[in-house]
Design a protein around this ligand. Structure first.
Ligand code: GDP
Length: 140
């Protein structure tokens, strides 16, 4: 069993897509074992995206991620990191496969509806960023 962090970004929440994103996870056999809604401060967003701090889009990305509430979730399942990345589609929605979340709903390379951890090491760090042990539900 593997775990990953998913986030419905402010555009996803704003466009009323919380249910749609969760439906896609559940329809594909992915379990949600923790979930909340939070509004990040700029400091928090800069910490979360620290790996991108040298990128030209860092300020824009962190401003976007603090522009409204987000819904972080822990997903659990076999091979769930890759499974979630497949359901999300490529970073740039224009390159994303048909039927993926980003292809269907993203409006911009930055405003691409969802975040998903890209490897077990980053998943562990990102899960800890949003959730403590008490907030994680073993579902068997
Ligand atoms: P991801 O793993 O597919 O989310 O992509 P990355 O880790 O490369 O980038 C993190 C996030 O930064 C993406 O999901 C986008 O929201 C944003 N982003 C990536 N590339 C660009 C870019 O070229 N311009 C802007 N404005 N935002 C970008």
């Amino acid at each position: 069993m593997e775990r990953t962090l998913s986030i419905i970004k402010p555009d996803g929440v704003g466009h009323g897509l919380i249910g749609e994103v969760i439906r896609r996870f559940e329809k594909n056999g992915i379990k949600i074992i923790a979930m909340k809604m939070v509004h990040l401060s700029l400091d928090d967003a800069r910490k979360f995206y620290a790996v991108h701090k040298e990128r030209p889009f860092f300020n824009s990305l962190t401003a976007f991620m603090t522009s409204g509430p987000i819904v972080p979730m822990i997903l659990e399942g076999e091979n769930v990191i890759e499974k979630n990345r497949t359901l999300m589609g490529a970073t740039n929605y224009k390159d994303a496969a048909e039927g993926t979340i980003r292809r269907n709903f993203a409006t911009d390379i930055e405003k691409n509806i969802v975040h998903g951890s890209d490897a077990p090491e980053t998943a562990a760090i990102e899960i800890k960023f949003f959730f403590n042990e008490l907030e994680i539900c073993e579902r068997g």
